[in-house]
Every structure is written in structure tokens, then in C-alpha cells.
Ligand binder design. Sequence first.
Ligand code: PBG
Length: 309
Amino acid sequence: MVRETVLDPMDMIYPVFVDETISSKQGIESMPGQFRLPLSDVVDEVCELIELKIPAVLLFGIPAEKDDLGSSALDDEGIIQRAVKAIKDAVGDKIVVITDVCLCEYTSHGHCGIVDGKKILNDPTLEQIARMALSHAKAGADIVAPSGMMDGMVSAIRNLLDEEGYQDTLIMSYAAKYASSFYAPFREAADSGYAFGDRSSYQMDPGNSDEAIREVELDIMEGADILMVKPAIGYLDVLYRVKTTFGMPTAAYNVSGEYSMVKAAAMNGWIDEKKVMYEMLLSIKRAGADLIITYFAKDIARYLEGLDG
Ligand code: PBG
């Protein structure tokens, strides 16, 4: 009766990897229970989410072609654009479609921006990601989610969307995204490992929290509709500060490494997977998340419905 925080499937967003190069679903080794899907499986997956009362899907694309500029990300017939159209044609507004807007899955070097030698260039990347976002909006995406941590990405996207008549497409910004080692399994999942260096010239230093507030404030001024803190578990203090400081819709990304650690420990019989999953997601919500992006979305929905565990 007096519990302050209650989890609901409606809080969850499920990440889905759509792979242009496969014809049947493929398990992701470092993320047991997660898969890359061919385009032909995407609508079925989304129908399962709707049945579980999960309100939104976050789409990541693995293209057949990669190059230095990530050109395939901007193709109106690209893998994500086709996936969005297929979902919207099949189920319309029964699910909110969010697309990841970042070049790292589409560039041959695996970085989130255009590079010059070993340097990642901020400003030349902005036009590229704005055009990528526009192409997703044209396909029917409800929300675009820029995850590359380029300065000015939110305003570049907002301006182009508005100019082209997509005022109603929302932006969920990865506003405080840390250069974290917890993303390692994702890079296998999305085939976005990088050829050199790391992401610390554009993602945040894990030691900084005041900087996160400044990053978030900039994104709000640039027009972000939903803010995100990522990763979640190691950064609950940042999440709490962001939510209490701005009172904006706030999402937290329960990232791949957080998922895989729970899975690995559970597979060894060291922890109770379902209870740890529940406690972890409950803690993220208690710290201030309105929305939780999690690979556990389907499992927690079943657990909360009493269908499992
Ligand atoms: C791409 C991106 C990453 C994740 C989401 N979008 C990887 C990265 O920044 O290297 C990580 C998600 C996860 O670990 O679950 N920019």
C-alpha cells in the first residue's frame, strides 16, 4: 500500500536490431536471449511487444554497405527506413517507433562521426545526422534518438525537421551519454566496434556530473523533448539530478553490459535473474526515470503480468 515506486510495462522501451545481411534471426552471443532480426521478422516482433503492453520500440540498423561517411544511413530505402515503414503499415500508432540516429553502425571505421585521420569531426557530422533523422521521419518514425553525442546535434535535427514539415516528430536526446565500458556487448550486437581510438573525445567522462547538467541544459534549449542518461545503473545519481533539476520527461538506458552481467551471473547460478532484473529496473525508476530502455523489457513485462517467475 505504501510502496512509492511501481514498475509497469508502459515504462519500457525495447531495443531491436534489424540486420540487412541476414534472412533468419541470429542470436547475439554476448547478450543471451537477444537477437538480430531480418526485416521480415520485425513486424512479428513488434506485435509481441504490443501484446505485452510495451509502448515503444527503439530500432538499430545493421546495413549491408558501410563507408567512411556512413552514407547508407541516409538512404530512404535503407534498412531502418524500410523497417519503420513496415511497422507503421502493419500496426500504425499501436506502437511508438523510435529510431537510433548515429553513424557508427554505418561507418567503415565504426565512429559516430565523420573522421579526419584519427580525429572525429563534430561540425561536419551534424548535417549528416540531421539528414539521417529526416529520412527516418519521412519513413514514419515518431521519435528520432540521436546517440552520437555531437555538440549541436539536437538543433541541427530540429531545424531540418521543422523546415521540411516534420514539426511533430519528437527528439529523444542521449543528452548525458558517458564513454562507458558497459557498451561492449552492444558493439557485437550492432557491429559498431571502432577501428581506432575510443569515444572519449565525444562521449562524457564518467567522473563528471556537473557537466551532465550542462549537456542536458544545452539539449533542452536546442529543442529536445525527452532526455536520456546512459548508462543507467552506474549513473543513478546523474539521473536523479537530471530529473529533479529539469523536471523533463527523462529516459535511462539500461545498457548491454548491465544486461549481460545479470545474464552471466544468473547462468552461473549466482543470482536470481528475475529478482535482480526487477530490483535493477525498480531502482532506475526510483532514481527518476520515466522511461527505461532495456533488453529486459519483454521479460519484465511477463514478470509483472505474473506470466513468468
Ligand atoms: C551508438 C550507440 C551505442 C549504444 C547505443 N547507441 C554504443 C556506443 O556508443 O558505443 C550502446 C547501447 C548498449 O550498450 O546497450 N552510438
